[in-house]
Design a protein around this ligand. Sequence first.
Ligand code: PBG
Length: 349
Amino acid sequence: MEAVVTRSSQPQFNGGYPLRRPRRMRRDAFSRRLMRETRLGPEDLIQPVFVLDGEDRTEPVPSMPGVERMTIDRLVHEARELHALGIPLIAIFPVTPAEVKSEDAREAYNPSGIAQRAVRAVKDAVPEMGVMTDVALDPFTSHGQDGLIDETGYVMNEETVEVLVRQALSHAEAGADVVGPSDMMDGRIGAIRSALESHDHRNVRILSYAAKYASCYYGPFRDAVGSSDNLGSGVAGPGKDSYQMDPGNSDEALHEVALDLQEGADMFMVKPGLPYLDVIRRIKDEFGVPTFAYQVSGEYSMLKAAAQNGWLDERECVLEALMSLRRAGADGILTYHARAAAEWLREEG
Ligand code: PBG
């Protein structure tokens, strides 16, 4: 008669042999495949893109080897290929020329700004491709903060939310399917949701960056969009602590998600990714809502640098990191490796 096995059972032996041999299931590819609990496919990936003004041009991002900023015509071409690879959504990040940055970030809601033109161009050319925008003011402020500042440098909440609402509406007008407020102001989800409703954009989804940490892993991104010099430090870190969350907290992440859920968000982002797996799991368990992870620029650059030095296998490590984010509870992952991962996954069948 077999012993009933519970998690607290002592190992059972049968005449000196282990009764349970977990390695049996790991022995062959067929049984490893059968018992795999988590899947990763191109449909789980969101590709971020840095968009430049001008035509037929790309620019490398020095701190993110393999990532290029590109003009809108190139982006349209890229979007077609990403769609063919099965990637459902791209996230647009404009690289704003210094001349149009200002204290009041008015370029953020310019109907012919780079982000707005990029959305229109992609939705015209590849309507089936989901397009998401970033709602935050850092690419447009002369000081590099995500909002408008007072004379002490403090980011003002209500004044910023007003501009974020105009920005989100301009993205919706341009045809964005998803708007992604990544600014961490209080009350912005509710304000954006009611503006979308009253302007006949009721089906525009809000992906709220509900749990966005004040992380040093954003450094390469700030180089990519050209906000780091303005922030006053080449490598990111202090400066956004009065709105982004303390890396020591996770109850606070649940609180943020609860608020944004009440205010009308459809999807929730945890950012960065791999250092915050526990936060993803807690959100998924507590709310059961569509939960996403942002594998940020610093995570990309770490993997890339190690791979370029021959210290890690890029493909294996990237796919493992993405799988781990899925296992932690992420429904999808925004990652600079999206295209490469989709190609690798296709090769594996
Ligand atoms: C800010 C924003 C940031 C990122 C995307 N939008 C972070 C920041 O500068 O605070 C970082 C993404 C990355 O590192 O890949 N609105």
